[in-house]
Design a protein around this ligand. Structure first.
Ligand code: C2E
Ligand code: MG
Ligand code: MG
Ligand code: MG
Length: 288
């Protein structure tokens, strides 16, 4: 009610704001229908180590709209978060990822692979989130360590102590925790050292111009050094060129993800990537 009153007040003074508000209401309705009709799917993007060997994949949500085609997550996740739809979608992503891990656990040539799942702050904040993760793991019987949850700094807005407590519960369960888009938020280093984490992800923002922008290069090196001092694994996202990979690897980056290796693909294409990757002699994988 307060929200509706707020909206009316805003539209009285600012028609442009009203247009934005009704567009997002329409999007919210579209999203609910999309959920009912099963228009969401997952793609996977491989992650590799310094030798080019695949270590796992990140699950990325896609909305296949019957008219608009593929809608990028940036265009619908904020609205899914404002409504509560992100809770059911997020749960669905988590369940699918665990089911995939369970299938891989049956195969000696796949059992080492992990899956990273993006968790929105709204989803993490939900009182049942930790239990849902526990249930998904118990139901599928996957080794908890193979599941990585990618969290963002925005989660700290909820209060530091409760966040640390929940992260601690997840970590004790054996689940790996990654801080996504690291460096783009506002968290201080004092916070970082107290967060139970296993991995930092260097945002694409700093990887993009690594070779031409000295500041980006310095930031990337600093993040890698920071991760090493805190005993965290560090993965770079958005790696598009051999030169970027070479720079990052030379400075000690552990993991790499980006178009250089593979775009986000269907599970069938991912399986093909896994087979091709397993067949790669190490020499070929490291050369560029
Ligand atoms: P993210 O978690 O930081 O994911 C990395 C994004 O970078 C993905 O965009 C991926 O497709 C893109 N990317 C990877 N390699 C490259 C590259 O070499 N070059 C370029 N230009 N881009 C690259 P995508 O799939 O559009 O996802 C955008 C964001 O949406 C994600 O950023 C994540 O924050 C969010 N997201 C995706 N799936 C989910 C989900 O299941 N739940 C939630 N809560 N958020 C999700
Ligand atoms: Mg991510
Ligand atoms: Mg990221
Ligand atoms: Mg990012």
């Amino acid at each position: 009610q307060a929200k509706r009153a707020g909206r009316n007040t805003v539209c009285f003074f600012d028609p442009q704001m009203q247009a934005v508000a009704s567009a997002s209401a329409a999007l919210a309705a579209d999203l609910r229908q999309a959920w009912r009709e099963g228009q969401f799917l997952l793609e996977y993007q491989p992650q590799v180590d310094a030798q080019g060997r695949m270590t796992g994949a990140e699950a990325l949500l896609r909305w296949l709209h019957p008219q608009r085609g593929r809608v990028p997550p940036e265009q619908f996740i904020p609205t899914a978060e404002e409504t509560t739809l992100i809770l059911v979608i997020g749960r669905w992503v988590l369940d699918r990822a665990c089911e995939q891990l369970a299938r891989w656990a049956q195969r000696p040539d796949r059992a080492h692979l992990s899956i990273s799942v993006n968790v929105s702050a709204r989803q993490f904040r939900h009182p049942e989130f930790v239990d849902e993760v526990m249930e998904a793991i118990a139901r599928t019987g996957v080794p908890p360590r193979k599941l990585k949850l990618e969290l963002t700094e925005s989660l700290l807005a909820d209060g530091f102590d409760i966040t640390v407590k929940k992260m601690g519960s997840l970590q004790r369960m054996g689940v790996a925790l990654s801080l996504d888009d690291f460096g783009t938020g506002y968290s201080s280093l004092a916070y970082l050292k107290r967060l139970p984490l296993d991995q930092l992800k260097i945002d694409r923002e700093f990887v993009k111009d690594l070779l031409t922008d000295e500041n980006d290069a310095a930031i990337a090196r600093t993040i890698i050094g920071l991760a090493q001092s805190l005993n965290l694994e560090v993965v770079a996202e958005g790696v598009e060129t051999p030169a970027q990979r070479e720079f990052l690897a030379r400075h000690g980056c552990d993991g790499f993800q980006g178009y250089l290796y593979c775009r986000p693909v269907s599970i069938e294409q991912l399986e093909a990537f896994i087979d091709a990757n397993a067949g790669l002699p190490v020499a070929t994988a490291t050369a560029s």
